[in-house]
Ligand binder design. Structure first.
Ligand SMILES: Cc1ncc(COP(=O)(O)O)c(C=O)c1O
Length: 363
């Protein structure tokens, strides 16, 4: 078996894991369904109380006129950008070089909508106002991803978002929020979702990350925008006859976990401290600004994999099931703190990091 597979197998065998909410098994859906009346009617092609009530609840929470439920954020965001492009009669949008649309969607925006992306900032740093104001291109829309996942979930100062928002309004450029992890950043900014969203023309949020549902997304904005998004949802085949398994799980886990974001944030700060106390380990950001961060080892993937696998066998606490090679001499992985962290025996956790430190020093 390869070292990567050994690490994955050892991780799967652990009793506790530091990241996430737990297994993504069918129990996730069963929990969400347990208290529902079996006679409750399904939504039908985007209509019916089950979808409409959830959309109204989320529109209120996000401080937007209307909200539309989508099966995926990928679909919702491509549609949002298409609408803003059609509005402005332009085929250009701007965003970070490592945003989800640019690196995880098989160039869907270009292939499906013939929209060109202008990349703002260097890939290893956040977008600043100057990146936006120095842009030569006339774009219809700018997308900000908060937090910027691929660089550890970093966040700009709130004042930077406000200044970009004001600049875009003055220039007639639409500002869209990739808020896949919007709930998770509110404790750091000490703002409500509605306050953050007021800086944006359109917003997407996800229900299977910090919230912990099965899948699904909400796209919110004014009524003209969301009405258009429903037409595009139909065109994309996103109007499944019944979306309720996603909606009820989104609703159930929103009610459960949205209020725990503070806890996840403080737990992430504590966990990052543990990692940073180990030899040749550091986190980005050094102090997390949400429930997520990236852990970097100044050692090769081949060196670290067996160390972690051995650590898991000795302690039954899993830190990660994979390592991403960064260079020949460094590797990393992502942490997203959820409900599992609170279940960890704290004394054991301390021991894990003492052991990890020792093993890394020896290697
Ligand atoms: C920042 C960001 N945006 C968009 C998406 C797309 O969401 P979905 O998986 O619902 O298509 C993701 C998914 O991981 C994401 O992390």
């Amino acid at each position: 078996m390869s070292e990567a597979k050994l690490l994955f197998e050892a991780f799967k065998e652990t009793k506790y894991q530091v990241s996430g909410h737990g297994k993504r098994d069918i129990q996730v859906l069963k929990n969400a369904l347990q208290n529902l009346d079996g006679k409750q009617e399904s939504d039908i092609y985007g209509n019916g109380p089950i979808i409409e009530e959830f959309q109204t609840k989320m529109a209120e929470y996000l401080g937007k006129e209307k909200a539309v439920f989508f099966p995926s954020g990928t679909m919702a965001q491509q549609i949002a950008l298409r609408i803003w492009c059609d509005d402005r009669g332009s085929k250009k949008v701007a965003y970070h070089p490592l945003c989800h649309l640019e690196i995880h969607e098989e160039v869907g925006l270009k292939e499906l909508h013939h929209i060109q992306s202008i990349l703002l900032a260097d890939k290893d740093r956040l977008i600043e106002l100057e990146d936006v104001s120095n842009m030569d291109e006339e774009v219809a829309c700018i997308l900000l991803e908060l937090p910027q996942r691929e660089i550890g979930g970093q966040l700009p100062d709130y004042a930077t978002i406000e200044s970009i928002s004001m600049y875009c309004r003055n220039q007639g450029i639409r500002l869209h929020l990739d808020g896949a992890r919007l709930f998770e950043i509110l404790p750091y900014y000490e703002k409500t979702a509605a306050e953050v969203c007021s800086l944006f023309d359109s917003v997407y949020v996800s229900f299977y990350k910090g919230i912990g549902g099965v899948a699904g997304a909400i796209l919110a904005g004014d009524k003209v925008f969301t009405d258009k998004s429903k037409i595009w949802k139909r065109r994309h085949g996103g109007d499944l006859i019944s979306l309720y398994p996603y909606i009820v799980s989104a609703n159930y886990y929103f009610d459960e976990n949205e209020q725990r974001m503070n806890q996840f944030y403080y737990d992430a700060i504590e966990l990052a401290l543990y990692f940073n106390s180990c030899d040749s380990v550091s986190t980005i950001p050094l102090v997390p600004v949400s429930n997520m961060f990236h852990v970097h080892f100044q050692a090769s993937r081949e060196e670290v994999e067996p160390i972690l696998a051995e650590l898991y066998k000795e302690t039954s606490i899993g830190l990660t099931g994979y390592l991403k090679e960064m260079t020949q001499k460094s590797c990393s992985f992502e942490v997203n703190v959820g409900n599992q962290y609170a279940r960890l025996p704290k004394e054991k956790l301390k021991r894990v990091f003492q052991l990890l430190d020792k093993k890394l020093r020896k290697s």
